[in-house]
Write a new protein. Structure first.
Length: 250
């Protein structure tokens, strides 16, 4: 079934419909990982090295809503730096929606970085309402971990040389952060797929053909057999397709 998102009677109806489509499951005894990506029709994950060239106001609205419904935003440090991430801002709409869903006013951003390589002048540290969570490793330079903690970050060691994503998700759950909205990048998504930690994929197909050599949305070791997914909903607006798939588990 395909549902049209635009046009509708008004902005409030759009928001109500989007909340219905993107609501998290009520059961939250374990972390629920929702991955959100945008891709061109020919599979490119970036234009000019960034995903923003594929995005549109409709897609950005959905991205904002997914953030509003999540306990925490999970992202790889490389993606955060390239895309110019900063702390998520408070707004009346965000605060009202999150309060209604029993969430804090602003979600923190959790960064996956084996070497604790978040720059100390990153807006995630200097321009944020909620301090970031840095998911790193024992092998990351001790001085950098200390510097990040001194700058306000919640630094969590989640592995020896590589971030153990299961340990990382458990660490988030211990902080009451079980509704996890992951925004990539491709290597983080690939690692989540490899370890069968993806519960849901929200994929926007942008009506663009790019050619070129841009990467795909997931890069990892590969799994055999592939993870089976089930289509949950389809929205279309302004020639974009917004797809939502859930993991089929036994």
């Amino acid at each position: 079934m395909v549902d049209e998102l635009w046009p509708v009677d008004g902005a409030q109806q759009v928001d109500d419909e989007l909340e219905r489509f993107y609501a998290y499951p009520e059961q939250r005894e374990r972390p629920w990982v929702r991955v959100n990506f945008v891709s061109s029709l020919d599979g490119a994950v970036t234009v000019g090295g960034r995903s923003r060239g594929l995005s549109a106001p409709v897609d950005q609205r959905v991205l904002g809503l997914i953030r509003d419904l999540s306990d925490v935003v999970l992202v790889g440090v490389g993606t955060a730096v390239v895309e110019g991430y900063r702390g998520i801002k408070r707004s009346e709409v965000r605060a009202e929606r999150r309060t209604r869903h029993g969430l804090s006013e602003v979600p923190p951003i959790a960064l996956v970085t084996a070497r604790a390589s978040l720059p100390l002048d990153s807006p995630l540290l200097t321009d944020t309402v909620v301090p970031p969570i840095v998911l790193t490793t024992e092998s990351a330079p001790a001085q950098r971990r200390t510097e990040l903690a001194d700058a306000g970050a919640d630094v969590v060691v989640t592995g020896d040389a590589e971030v153990d994503l299961r340990v990382a998700l458990d660490a988030l759950a211990e902080r009451g952060l079980r509704r996890i909205g992951c925004e990539g990048g491709p290597r983080l998504f690939g690692s989540l797929v490899d370890q069968d930690l993806v519960d849901e994929l929200c994929l926007t197909l942008s009506p663009l053909l790019t050619s070129g050599d841009a990467g795909r949305i997931a890069v990892g070791a590969g799994v055999e057999p592939p993870r089976a997914m089930r289509l949950e909903s389809v929205l279309h607006a302004e020639s974009l397709l917004l797809l939502r798939y859930a993991r089929m588990r036994e």
